[in-house]
Design a protein around this ligand. Structure first.
Ligand code: NDP
Ligand code: GDR
Length: 377
């Protein structure tokens, strides 16, 4: 097997010691596995040979669409070995469910990606946002601390924590959160630092700037725009209603960012890292790039609606990810224009499929508009 250590036999020859053919695979637990990042991280860890466990919360609808392509039905091949990905019911608001999950799974690494992650929504449900996004992280850290064996912990921090502190933002930049979501993430950040300092946990904060993909939730601005571009292109929609177009964000590709999460947990020492492209664009520039790529003029289709403005805005984010680039040897592979094109291409194809359903009478044309309109997001 190539890796056996040898003990001296009676004749002085090295006696082979039987060893398993392959080392035991690492076990990871991901909270928020059904979200954008959860699905990309699952793919990454599976490609590295991990056994991946995910926590899902109860919903009245199935919420595993982003994982459907990874799932293998154990009933279809009953004699196969343990499936590499499994899901368990738990909730960040329920400590006992987190402790039970850790007991049952006994992971090497825990990635805490679960959160009420929408900034505008956090103004509507601040108490719930604090409970899940801040106290949820604390509950999980406590469960990790009490686990039977050492576990490496990743906390999904956010550039929103910098809030109104001007760019460029690095690990040394002071936080000034501008929403209940951002304040909750600051609390989760400091819980993580505190558990590292107080109990010696291998716990890392990834301070990630905005990252997008064709799997991005449809009520975040980039995906809202590319969904609109696709539907306008095929004739399912004519207008898209948006809020503040002058906010600037440092937008990267989610597939690149999950790699940084994994790298943090492979280091000799735990630490906190800013992860960013170091390039910033306004929402208007994103509009220009997305509509322009599809051969459309955004000014013919965008209507400003006050209800999409936030009580307090984060005007400008642009990361300085020198530390991650130096220590993790991480850098983004997908640039701004490539990201926009990837999302627009995907959403034009999606809109074409929707049109088939609408034309056949199986779907209402205006369902997407209704979702945005009713929720004001
Ligand atoms: P998503 O909103 O796509 O996913 C959030 C995940 O959290 C979903 O799986 C959701 O489950 C789960 N979740 C929500 N509430 C609970 C709960 N009470 N218990 C258990 N699970 C819950 O987020 P992203 O994938 O975009 O982001 C991942 C993490 O990174 C989040 O913590 C986010 O705040 C943070 N972040 C994201 C950035 C980005 O640009 N994407 C940038 C910086 C930080 P369900 O599917 O059931 O809703
Ligand atoms: P953000 O992302 O708040 O940065 O949080 P979002 O895409 O929601 O907003 C980005 C900027 O666009 C402006 N905007 C609009 N936003 C939405 N959602 N809908 C609109 O119609 C609209 N019009 C203009 C916003 O005002 C804002 O300035 C994301 C989330 O993924 C967080 O979980 C994560 O922590 C941060 O990114 C980094």
């Amino acid at each position: 097997n190539g890796g056996a250590t040898n003990a001296a036999g009676s004749d002085g020859e090295a006696a082979p010691v039987p060893r398993p053919l392959t080392p035991p695979r690492k076990v990871a637990l991901i909270t928020g596995i059904t979200g954008q990042d959860g699905s990309y991280l699952t793919e990454l860890l599976l490609s590295k040979g991990y056994e991946v466990h995910g926590l899902i919360r109860r919903s009245s609808n199935f919420n595993t669409q982003r994982l459907d392509h990874i799932y293998h039905d154990p009933h279809a091949v009953p004699s196969s070995p343990r499936p590499p990905m499994r899901l368990h019911y738990a909730d960040l608001s329920d400590s006992s469910s987190l402790r039970r999950a850790l007991d049952a799974i006994s992971p090497d690494e825990v990635y805490n990606l679960a959160a009420q992650s929408h900034v505008a929504v956090s103004f509507e449900i601040p108490d719930y946002t604090a409970d899940v996004t801040a106290t949820g992280a604390l509950r999980l850290l406590e469960a990790v601390r009490l686990a039977r064996r050492p576990i490496r912990y990743y906390q999904a921090g956010s550039s929103e924590m910098f809030g109104s502190t001007p760019p460029p933002q690095s690990e040394d930049t002071p936080f000034h959160p501008r929403s209940p979501y951002a304040a909750a993430k600051v609390a989760a950040h400091w819980y993580t630092v505190n558990y590292r300092e107080a109990y010696g946990l291998f716990a890392c904060n990834g301070v990630l700037f905005n990252h997008e993909s064709p799997r991005r939730g449809e009520n975040f601005v980039t995906r809202k725009i590319t969904r609109a571009v696709g539907r306008i292109k095929v004739g399912l929609q004519t207008k898209v209603f948006l809020g503040n177009l002058s906010a600037a964000r440092d937008w990267g590709f989610a597939g690149d960012y999950v790699e940084a999460m994994w790298l943090m947990l492979q280091q000799d020492q735990p630490g906190d890292y800013v992860v960013a492209t170091e390039e910033s664009h306004t929402v208007e520039e994103f509009l220009q790039a997305a509509f322009g790529y599809a051969g459309l003029n955004w000014k013919d289709h965008v209507v400003i609606d006050k209800k999409y403005f936030r009580p307090a805005e984060v005007d400008s984010l642009k990361g300085d990810s020198t530390k991650a680039r130096r220590e993790l040897k991480w850098k983004p592979k997908v640039g701004f224009q490539q990201l926009v094109e990837m999302m627009v291409d995907h959403d034009i194809e999606l809109a074409k499929k929707e049109k088939v359903l609408v034309d056949a009478g199986y779907r209402r044309e205006d369902t997407l508009a209704w979702h945005f309109d009713s929720k004001g997001l």
